[in-house]
Design a protein around this ligand. Structure first.
Ligand SMILES: Nc1nc2c(c(=O)[nH]1)N[C@H]1C(S)=C(S)[C@@H](COP(=O)(O)OP(=O)(O)OC[C@H]3O[C@@H](n4cnc5c(=O)[nH]c(N)nc54)[C@H](O)[C@@H]3O)O[C@H]1N2
Ligand SMILES: Nc1nc2c(c(=O)[nH]1)N[C@H]1C(S)=C(S)[C@@H](COP(=O)(O)OP(=O)(O)OC[C@H]3O[C@@H](n4cnc5c(=O)[nH]c(N)nc54)[C@H](O)[C@@H]3O)O[C@H]1N2
Ligand code: SF4
Ligand SMILES: [Mo]
Length: 685
């Protein structure tokens, strides 16, 4: 038996180091690498069954060409790789001869690998001069918020949470989506720390914290202002830190002083006592740490909510201690060599337009006569590492866009996803067990390597190889299109991390970045002023509010309205976005079909019982599913966990049928958790 070192490819802050046991060329089992401190030998439930995914009976094993109509009833026949590549190349050539900006790549973090993500693929689209994709679907509001306030995505080191005395888990269900952080939080708890969870839903994480504050979605900034006011009244602010290392405190204070407990309590749906206790704990417990994650920024004011929350550690000087401060992401600590990997210099013509991936539903409906630099008419989409028909908002628009008969679509995939159903060609891609890659992390601060444990299954090829073959067929002869995957792994950090030995990485599996434990103990923020910017001149120049502000949701819950219920749709524990929904081995008895959670009060008002079949609807669409009646959610709020495929839905839709294409305050991000709906009974059981 051989044991091969790898890395988990999924969009999860934990980026685990994985050992794959291989016997006779077959992967038998994957385990967490016990030698990697962040993984500590533990994988989550879904990835510990990764071999079930790699060897799934519905895995795509050969290139397919569609015969007949697009969509859920599409039929395909197998074709050779030669045929598929040459057909696709001919089509792309014909379109690009007219105007390459009619071609759009669509990709996200199906794999977070630097190599199977954006390497040869980016070189290919740069060389082609295709329209560029603005990759906003997850984190762009929070990213911009951190840029404005702190100058980058650098926060507490995750292991330092073990030494905190107060941990506020703010808009994050760690046990579901950040399991290895939860381990550190538990260590802190064992050492006497208090854990507080701020979440509209009583999640499994909230349940295990000392305090759960069930906030109204989208009102976090209001809560922050009330906390700041209490900190001021209690004389708990660190005037020395504020003076030396921050900008705009007086202005922020002035704004916060308007947020009395009473006012915030009404907006946030928390009691005055809950808020003042929270402020008291934050004022008196040191070191105090905040773990927020991207779930906090999926509403209209999401960026400002992040700016507000990360202001708190600057106000009390929590950053002075390595175990104090806040963590949203640590991606900014990694000096990935984008220039070498993606070769933006290959783009020599005019700057192409961009399309925002979060409004792909609109973008695919731009007509030929509307073609312009701001609204390109898309004639071909190449999708890889993403499943937009299921994961993008307002999905009936996304599906109807992909259904256009004049659209040429290629999908690189492991499975016949909702998006693959609309493809002209489906190209079978390798999984993490079958290819090389190198990874950074947005949770911890280690680089990880992934070696192939087995040969490609069936006729599958790595994304890189598929783009190499397309490049060749299009006559792109730059030598960089010949770089193999190992060379690409080296290129990712060769110049930027000269102290990291690639050979050691190959043997050990990971490399711990040499970065400071308390990055902002003495200021040193990455902003233009080098200070924490409560007040941002850059925002003022854009005509935006330069201070953090509370922006109510586009669609707040309003009992008297046509769509009176708010709806959020956060990650499910057993899925990874829309990945794993088709892997039988990871389904538990309760997760076999799509369902929503509803509060007993709202259920009663609608005559809905446990397991009833309901229609969830609004102006954008209709979604049929089962209900679970539970006190986990608040009255007025329904929760639909995870991203089921549309074709698994009882009426061929999923939760994103209901979400809108409205965007966040910063970063043009989606507003998945800013959505109002109505629910009605279809039949009982
Ligand atoms: N098992 C699993 N893990 C995942 C994923 C997955 O699909 N499954 N997805 C991965 C991805 S892509 C990402 S971006 C991360 C996301 O990571 P997180 O953002 O930590 O996602 P969640 O764990 O769902 O936590 C979000 C929580 O925010 C709450 N929430 C919603 N709206 C509000 C609000 O307005 N205010 C507050 N305070 N809370 C709110 C939700 O109820 C939910 O419990 O997780 C990653 N990890
Ligand atoms: N309603 C609602 N919608 C959401 C969210 C939400 O919380 N609520 N979350 C949003 C967030 S945070 C995110 S990040 C997005 C995620 O959206 P996506 O990035 O689209 O994530 P997945 O759904 O996991 O789809 C990734 C696809 O990539 C494929 N894949 C994986 N590895 C490879 C590979 O090596 N090669 C190729 N060719 N394919 C591969 C997988 O099989 C899978 O089908 O969804 C967003 N959508
Ligand atoms: S999904 Fe997250 S917790 Fe699970 S193995 Fe991957 S990195 Fe680790
Ligand atoms: Mo995400």
């Amino acid at each position: 038996m051989q044991q091969i070192i790898g890395a988990c490819p999924h969009d999860c802050p934990d980026t685990c180091s994985i050992l794959t046991e291989v016997e006779g060329g077959r992967a038998i089992k994957v385990r967490g690498n016990p030698a990697h401190p962040q993984t500590a030998g533990v994988l989550c439930n879904k990835v510990s069954k990764y071999t079930n995914r790699t060897y799934a009976s519905d895995r795509l094993l050969q290139p397919l060409k569609r015969i007949g109509p697009k969509g859920p009833n599409a039929k395909f026949e197998s074709v050779s790789w030669e045929q598929a590549i040459s057909d696709i190349a001919e089509k792309l050539k014909a379109i690009s001869r007219v105007d390459p900006t009619h071609i759009l790549p669509y990709s996200y973090a199906g794999t977070m690998g630097k190599v199977q993500g954006e390497s040869i693929s980016s070189r290919f689209f740069n060389k082609l001069g295709a329209t560029q994709l603005e990759r906003t679907i997850c984190s762009s509001a929070g990213t911009q918020a951190l840029n404005y306030s702190m100058g980058g995505k650098v926060g507490m080191k995750v292991e330092q949470f073990a030494n905190s005395k107060l941990i506020i888990i703010w808009g994050s269900n760690s046990i579901t989506s950040n399991l290895h952080f939860w381990r550190y939080a538990n260590q802190a708890k064992a050492n006497g720390a208090k854990l507080i969870c701020i979440d509209p839903r009583r999640t499994e994480t909230a349940e295990k914290c000392d305090v759960h504050l069930s906030i109204v979605p989208g009102t976090d900034a209001a809560l922050v202002f009330a906390i700041i006011r209490e900190l001021v009244l209690k004389n708990a602010v660190d005037l020395d830190y504020l003076e030396k290392y921050t900008l705009g405190w007086d202005l922020l204070k002035e704004r916060a002083m308007q947020w009395t407990l009473d006012k915030a309590s009404k907006v946030c749906g928390l009691t005055e006592l809950e808020i003042s206790n929270l402020a008291h704990d934050y004022a008196t417990t040191k070191p105090a740490a905040i773990r927020l994650n991207y779930g906090i920024q999926r509403s209209k004011g999401g960026g400002n909510a992040v700016r507000a929350i990360v202001s708190l550690p600057a106000i009390i000087g929590a950053w002075r201690s390595p175990a104090g401060g806040a963590l949203l992401a640590n991606s900014g600590r990694f000096p990935t060599d984008i220039q070498t990997l993606q070769r933006p210099d290959l783009l020599t013509g005019p700057t192409p337009p961009t399309v925002n991936m979060s409004t792909i539903g609109q973008a695919l409906h731009v007509k030929s006569h509307q073609h312009s630099h701001s609204t390109p008419h898309i004639k071909a989409v190449i999708v890889y590492n993403s499943n937009p028909v299921a994961v993008a908002p307002d999905s009936s628009k996304v599906a109807s866009g992909f259904a256009r008969s004049d659209l040429f679509t290629v999908v690189l995939e492991h499975f016949q996803t909702d998006t693959a159903d609309y493809a002209d060609y489906v190209l079978p891609a390798t999984t993490q067990l079958e290819h090389w890659d190198i990874h950074s992390s947005y949770g911890h601060t280690d680089v990880l390597i992934n070696k192939p444990a087995i040969s490609p299954v069936g006729q599958c090829k790595p994304n890189t190889q598929i783009f190499r073959e397309l490049a060749q067929a299009l006559g792109f002869d730059d030598p960089c299109f010949k770089d193999d995957d190992q060379a690409l792994c080296r290129q990712a950090f060769e110049k930027t991390l000269p102290r990291m030995s690639f050979e050691t990485l190959l043997n050990k599996g990971y490399y711990e970045l040499d970065v400071p434990d308390a990055p902002y103990a003495s200021g040193n923020f990455g902003t233009p002023s080098k200070r924490f910017e409560f007040y941002s001149e850059r925002l003022a120049e854009l005509g935006l509010d330069p201070l953090p502000t509370y922006i109510p949701n586009y669609e707040p819950a309003n009992p008297g309205a046509k769509y009176p219920l708010a709806m959020i749709s956060p990650p499910a524990r057993n899925f990874l976005n829309s990945s794993f929904v088709n892997v039988d081995a990871i389904h538990t008895s309760t997760s076999k079909s799509p369902y929503i959670e509803i509060h007993p009060k709202d259920a009663k008002e609608r005559g809905v019982e446990m397991d009833s079949m309901v229609e969830v609807f609004n102006e954008r669409g209709s979604y049929h599913c089962k209900v679970e009646i539970t006190q986990r959610t608040r009255p007025g709020l329904i929760v639909g966990l995870g991203i089921w495929w549309r074709k698994q839905g009882l009426n061929g839709t999923n939760i994103n049928e209901l979400t809108s294409q409205e965007l966040t305050d910063f970063g043009n991000g989606p507003t998945f958790y800013d959505c109002s709906v109505q629910v009605r009974l279809l039949n009982s059981k």
